[in-house]
Design a binder for this molecule. Structure first.
Ligand SMILES: Cc1cc2nc3c(=O)[nH]c(=O)nc-3n(C[C@H](O)[C@H](O)[C@H](O)COP(=O)(O)OP(=O)(O)OC[C@H]3O[C@@H](n4cnc5c(N)ncnc54)[C@H](O)[C@@H]3O)c2cc1C
Length: 367
């Protein structure tokens, strides 16, 4: 007999991780009529290393959930070469995105989740058991020791425990890392500026009238001082500015995943696989995946037979591949190409010389 046979259900769906994707999934699931609990170990508002640029499509997805976070309008993307003069600029045709502090985004989504009846349970997932009918999370922390539901959706980020416990991890190449902090500065542009250095990039995102976020990406050990030494056009802008947050890191960024589903467990957001932050699409793809996962679970619950139910869950893998295809292809290609010093040196001059191509690429990100 299964270890879970006869166990009572605490909810229809357990969402692991109360980051933006987990909270979005919980709001979607509640709207679909599922009883849902979010499991999150950290108190709100939860922070994370992020460039904090909501592209226009991601902003629309958040608004669709009834959330309109405070921040600064983002009108496009500018690539800047180390000399500061060579620049490629493109203004979004679809209207602005928004630079939003992570704490603001998470707090507003958490409020909205609570207002539609989603409870958040404190706890960190330590183990996962499942049979054909239900899944159980074993938790560590102040909350319950375990929770049982018909479905688990792992939205627990880059280093997802759910992914590992479900046997879906396929490793990381460990090459690129990110670190982010904020400076008390009036934004000098309404665009996200991407400064390209020899081996690092810096993303400058206005997040409010007197604050900019600066995220730096590069090889292991990349820090602010070493990055700014490669970015003479950016360093003077930040010289003497008061930092308002400590450096917060993330990585390795590349996370390979065997599949998005394993029995009663599904993955969304960074937990489902991540390429790189280079194209600023993590939230757009994660929010779309949250919606697709909940649609799959709702369809599985309506399915008339176990095989129809399995087919409904399997459809999520296809949907996830389709909705993340452009991101995976473009970002993987750009990361690989810009590993070559000659390509890296010529990227901004070429983008500036062929504005139609650069604009088309930016519009892809804006969707
Ligand atoms: C440097 C950098 C810059 C970026 N810039 C951008 C950008 O400009 N625009 C953009 O769209 N994306 C950007 N991204 C990507 C974006 O940050 C992620 O795609 C996004 O945060 C994914 O959200 P998530 O909810 O899946 O995961 P997370 O935000 O990581 O949330 C995961 C949650 O799970 C919880 N958790 C972890 N382990 C457990 C456990 N065992 N049990 C229970 N809970 C657990 C965590 O506490 C956390 O709250 C950037 C990323 C980096 C690293």
């Amino acid at each position: 007999m299964s270890a879970l046979a006869g166990a009572g259900l605490d909810a229809d769906l357990l969402v692991v991780g109360g980051g933006p994707v987990g909270l979005a999934a919980a709001i979607e699931a509640s709207a679909a009529g599922l009883e849902v609990l979010v499991v999150e170990p950290r108190p709100a508002p939860v922070d994370k290393a992020c460039g904090e640029g909501l592209m226009p499509g991601a902003l629309a997805a958040v608004r669709r959930l009834g959330v309109d976070p405070a921040g600064a309008d983002l009108t496009g993307i500018t690539y800047v070469a180390p000399d500061g003069r060579t620049r490629a600029e493109h203004a979004f045709r679809t209207g602005p995105g928004r630079g939003v502090r992570r704490t603001e985004l998470q707090a507003r989504l958490a409020e909205q989740a609570a207002s539609v009846g989603v409870a958040t349970v404190p706890g960190r997932v330590r183990d996962l058991l499942q049979d054909g009918a239900r899944a159980r999370l074993v938790l560590e922390g102040e909350g319950p020791a375990s929770l049982t539901a018909r479905w688990v959706l792992g939205c627990d980020g880059l280093h997802s425990s759910v992914r590992r416990l479900a046997g879906l991890d396929a490793g990381s190449d460990g090459r690129r890392y990110g670190v982010r902090r904020h400076a008390a500065l009036a934004p000098w542009t309404s665009q996200v500026e991407v400064h390209w250095g020899r081996s690092v990039e810096a993303y400058v995102t206005p997040v409010g009238p007197g604050e900019v976020g600066v995220a730096v990406e590069g090889p292991r050990g990349t820090g602010f001082e070493s990055a700014l030494a490669q970015l003479p056009a950016l360093a003077p802008r930040l010289a003497g500015a008061a930092w308002t947050t400590p450096a917060r890191g993330a990585g390795p960024l590349r996370q390979r995943v065997r599949a998005r589903t394993a029995g009663r467990v599904l993955l969304a957001g960074d937990a489902a696989g991540y390429v790189d932050a280079l194209t600023g699409e993590g939230l757009r793809v994660g929010l779309a995946a949250a919606r697709a996962a909940v649609e799959a679970l709702a369809a599985a619950d309506r399915a008339p037979s176990p095989s129809a139910q399995a087919a409904a869950v399997a459809a999520y893998e296809r949907d996830w591949r389709a909705l993340s295809r452009d991101y995976r292809t473009v970002t993987t290609g750009l990361v690989a190409a810009t590993r070559l010093p000659a390509v890296r040196r010529r990227l901004v001059p070429v983008a500036a010389a062929v504005p139609g191509l650069f604009g088309a690429a930016v519009e892809q990100l804006a969707r």
